[in-house]
Ligand binder design. Structure first.
Ligand code: PHE
Ligand code: NA
Length: 514
């Protein structure tokens, strides 16, 4: 293992980088859709329970394992596990923590590149005067890479390569680069998010559009926040909640290990872990739920939102709704919304690059530059199928296997390793070393018993949907970013399938339907 001098510049930088790692597209695109698809208020309780019983424990485990491995100069999960317990099997399990990131970044950076392109189109006013159908059609022709109806030939590829290059370049600068992006991106993200959320909260309770006189932004918020106890026994809702918690906190993938491995062995991790976790939660439940859902409900009505909830809302509906605010405000809102998504995305995709770089250093002594560029090349290689075969559902496969199943499996190994092999006594001591807060003792019990049992249950209960997935029955849902998205109603050639004005409210379903 090569000696590294790289480390975080300041505690603030570390927390922002960790928060940037967690706060991502998951907060703004995945969470609202998961919540709506799983019954709104019915989702929130399992979500919070999973946060406390799996999310927080895994944050403690990953931060402390990472810092522990860092003491031995290790920066990737295989080597970090190896420093905790000697044994080749564990080391191989750790390799998961590297490849998961490559699978996720392949499609994640693709979405990120859309946000970049949409910032551009918001500025130049591409969406001005477009009908809802045309805005939706624009996106559709955008992802159909062979078309050039958006103005730039192969635009999707151009922005994808641009976006990956940017990531690679920043990564080649080491932790300092990551920290700088987080210091600029996170405050802007919060600022933009607060603006848009205020708009979401104040859009009003009387129909904001003539199209849907009953449209009401508060219907959306009430739907999300009114607890519904009757669905608490539905396992599907619990699985969706657990999956969202993993994805959103970035646990079960090795990025937190890697970031934490650069923390000084005497510095706090307990308070840092909790702060980053809560910051992510704030951005998700306060900001993430206050933008897409209420704004869409404010113009199109809650029924529309429930029937059409899908990840495409962000790209196919929002630019159209912003147009209702006049050209200038529409441009500002577009830049804020897609800019926010871009910052959320890049601070996370940078995190996904670090485990690979750390591993190449641990294993082969590669330097930062070589690590970064090889990561960029691999991400491109793995990402091209998502770009070219987007419509064939490759995207879904990556998200399902890379972004959902692997996280649960990996997290399960982690907690067993930490609590049962490394040992809970030692583990608890590690978590509390240098701690700036007093962690309730009950967490010792939770980490040892509750978290592994819950994780095991989540895994077992997901087996049927995995089998379905392998058999391509496509009955899994509520796990994927994109599964609800691709619309057969589109003809794939960018032809508008009609506008809101042309169809009756109940029929406004341009997309998101299987
Ligand atoms: N937590 C990020 C989000 O919510 C996603 C992510 C996955 C980040 C894997 C890092 C590693 O969007
Ligand atoms: Na997140």
């Amino acid at each position: 293992m090569a000696k590294t001098s790289d480390s975080w510049g300041s505690r603030m930088g570390l927390i922002l980088a960790m928060a940037g790692n967690a706060v991502g597209l998951g907060n703004f695109l995945r969470f609202p859709v998961q919540a709506v698809q799983n019954g709104g208020g019915a989702f929130i309780i399992p979500y919070l329970v999973c946060f406390l019983l799996m999310g927080i424990p895994l944050l403690f485990i990953e931060w402390s394992s990472g810092r522990y491995g860092g003491k031995f100069g290790n920066h990737s999960t295989p080597y970090i596990f190896d420093s905790m317990v000697k044994g080749p099997i564990l080391k191989y399990i750790g390799v998961f923590g590297i490849f998961t990131n490559l699978a996720i970044v392949a499609y994640y950076a693709y979405i990120e590149s859309w946000t970049l392109s949409y910032v551009y189109h918001s500025i130049v006013g591409t969406f001005g005067g477009m009908s809802q159908g045309e805005v939706a059609g624009f996106f559709n022709s955008y992802v159909d890479v062979a078309q050039s109806t958006t103005g730039i030939p192969y635009e999707a590829i151009v922005f994808y390569v641009l976006c990956l290059s940017l990531n690679t370049y920043i990564l080649s600068k080491g932790l300092g680069g990551v920290e700088k992006v987080a210091k600029i991106g996170m405050p802007l993200l919060i600022l933009f998010g607060v603006f848009l959320a205020i708009r979401g909260y104040t859009l009003g309770t009387t129909g904001a559009s003539d199209l849907f006189p009953d449209a009401n932004a508060w219907d959306g918020l009430n739907f999300l926040w009114t607890p519904q106890y009757d669905t608490l026994l539905n396992p599907k809702v619990w699985l969706a909640a657990a999956g969202q918690i993993f994805f959103t906190l970035s646990v079960g993938m090795g990025t937190i290990h890697c970031y934490a491995s650069y923390v000084n062995s005497k510095d706090d991790i307990a308070l840092n872990a909790v702060s980053a976790g809560f910051m992510n939660g704030f951005v998700e439940v306060v900001l993430g739920s206050a933008i897409v859902i209420p704004i869409a409900a404010g113009y199109l009505g809650l029924d529309w939102v429930i029937n059409n909830a899908g990840f495409g809302m962000a790209f196919q509906t929002m630019p159209y709704l912003f147009q209702q605010w006049g050209p200038i405000l529409a441009a500002v809102a577009g830049v804020m919304w897609f800019g926010l998504l871009f910052f959320a995305g890049i601070t996370s995709s940078l995190a996904m690059g670090t485990p690979w770089i750390g591993f190449m250093r641990d294993e082969f002594g590669w330097g930062q530059k070589k690590g970064a560029w090889s990561f960029g090349a691999l991400a491109l290689l793995m990402g091209l199928p998502t770009v070219f075969f987007y419509q064939e559902g490759v995207f879904d496969d990556y998200d399902y296997w890379g972004g959902t199943v692997s996280l649960v499996v990996f997290a399960f190994f982690e907690v067993i390793l930490f609590a049962w092999i490394f040992g809970m006594e030692k583990g608890w001591k590690e978590i509390n070393t240098g701690a700036d807060i007093k962690i309730p003792l009950v967490y010792k019990f939770i980490i040892k018993f509750v978290t592994p049992v819950l994780l095991g249950w989540v895994f077992l209960a997901s087996i049927p949907s995995m089998v379905d997935n392998i058999l391509h029955k496509d009955t899994y849902n509520s796990t994927s970013f994109a599964d609800e998205y691709y619309a057969e109603k589109f003809d794939g050639k960018g032809t508008s399938i009609g506008t809101v004005e042309e169809v009756k409210p109940q029929e406004v379903k341009f997309s998101f339907e299987n």
